[in-house]
Design a protein around this ligand. Sequence first.
Ligand code: NIG
Ligand code: FE
Length: 390
Amino acid sequence: MSSIAFTNIATLVTNDSSVGEGVLGILRNATLVVENGLISSITQSGPLGVDSEVDCSGKTLLPGFVDSHSHLIFSGDRADEFAARSHGQKYTAGGIASTVRATRQASDAELRENAKRLLNEALISGTTTIEVKSGYGLTEKDELRSLAIASEFTDETTLLAAHVIPEEFQRNPDDYVDLVINSIIPKSRAKWIDAFCDLGAFNPEQSEAILRAGISHGMGARIHANQLKAGDGVAIAVALDAASADHVSKSTKKDIELLASSNTVATFLPGAEFSTHSETGIGRRFLDAGVTVAIASDCNPGSSYTTSMPFCIASAVSLLGFTVEEAVRAATLGGAQALRRTDIGQLSIGMRADLVLLQAPSFIHLAYRPGVNLVHSTYKLGRAVTSWQK
Ligand code: NIG
Ligand code: FE
């Protein structure tokens, strides 16, 4: 038995509106006790007989960020492509091919080191759970090795062999779809199956076939949809009871209605909207329709090269029409819902003590002080961690 108490917490975000104020379930001057890695009590009085104490005077404690969408297994960068957009170039799915070339040439050690570097960035920005996709290998060998490296760092691994049609299959794309369905999926041990159903990537029929094949091999479904053009991706996600439909910025009214009456979370990727100069305000329409929403980093070298969930929270507020409360909830509980996890994303008795302590009196500062790392420390199972661990 080991116990630790977080005392004098100026603002505690629980995400449990039955214990605190508003959608974030806020408590002031609270004490949170952790026993054996799990939350054992939340009170507004002092702790009794604990092994150690962390004085949180003047600080904010909230659930660790749950980043439910990232592409961390890659090599190279595409800074020139980013700069070209600042000169008016449009983002297209075509840029993915250059990262595929670099990733295929990289050694396992290089891919592992790059992922570790990014995960350490995420950790010091307060991320405690992260989903990691393959998708820059696009051969059986390179997709499976990408997943093997991802699984060293997280259990939330996703097979995204359906990212784009690789260059060598441009003239016979359906042969690549067959390879994904008949060779890669059966050998994959990923938890999730994903497909990029969009302009320049996979069409709805190909995407649906790949997701169905993944589901029949025991994976949960998620999708990239409506990033570049409105299409059938959201309808497919809802029909297959996918955990999440991601990007969704070009969604139609019908898509929003479908999501509102489903168990599929809409995951917004404000870093991608920021980095590709995309349209704004779209989050509000989903929130007003009652859709369950998440915010994730989408960290990748092409469309969103950030690991910072606080940056994504600030961007969701300024670009997508979220309130600060909605953005913080979407980056914590929303991410957990997008991964269908019930042990994280909320601070309630019995849940994992995955926490982020901010050097700020309120969660509002996450958006109010953009670009400033306010994270004082990050805890996994109640223990302060300074380098990424699974
Ligand atoms: O989620 N949209 C597709 N895939 C990534 C971008 C990949 C890239 O441009 O390298 C995304 O934004
Ligand atoms: Fe993505």
